[in-house]
Design a protein. Sequence first.
Length: 323
Amino acid sequence: MSLTYESPGRAALHLARAASLAPSPHNSQPWSFVEEGHDHGFEVHLDGGRRMILTDPGGREAAIACGAALFNVRLAVRLLGFRPAVDLLPEPGNSGYLAHVAYAAYAPADPDEALLARALPHRHTHRGPFGPTPVPDTLLDELADDARAEGAVLRVVDEPDRLRQLAHLVRTGEDIHRADSGHAAELARCVGPHGIPRELCSHHPDGTLLAGRDYLGLAWYHTRRPQRWSPRTGTVAVLSSRYDSRQDWLRSGQALQRVLLRAASHDVMAAFHTQPLELPALRAQMRTDLMGGLFPQVVLRLGRAVGMGSTPRRAPIELLGRW
């Protein structure tokens, strides 16, 4: 199998282009895709060479990112007028082969699917404070329904004591990461023309209630933490799953992307704060103390983005292989 070739099918390019717009840890884009030829099927694979080894040693976050890409593939198939037939982990002995998507019965996309599809190019990860306008409760209810439809649970964390506890866990995880020179170097390598543009990392990482990633080492140069503007933190939520298998990671990724696209269709974007989920002890504490036994998969803030910008993506032709 080759990862590039000269004449992919139009449908495969359409699917790869949509899939490439999914979020991923620090814009690592840990995926590749395979066209089976003549647009008969489409495969989603984990590109292990693009995984964040120190940040995500077990590959959980990379699998969630690929699950988000898979949701985009499903949506793109619907726009072609077919129902997607999805088989998760079709080869048990091949952990990198995450999903196979085939074209099932003909059925035009419905208005809701078209709405989510229109949000695909507009969804961006936000870094830093949000604008002061709150996210409507009605939208938060819709987002919870979207997560539930994909087999996950989205819970808003707004009770003050629980929010302080979550903020403490995020701060603890971020402090551990900042003190680890290997992790700091891995994070710094994500900044640049093929990763996260430098200008998108310019906000002080401690400018909201939840500590952010310190891509540029700003905390070292400005040791006094700025005021945490809680209205500019946005709405804090946690996406969780009942179990924690590889299939659950993929389902969580699909739920995440459905939530993000619904939010983006209302001009609401997300910022991610998954530091405590990358440290087993902190994740276990969060599961027990805050999630009632559910497995936390993603911690995010939702709000109206101010000065948002996009991150570069690899061209679809670079992502496609063929049998």
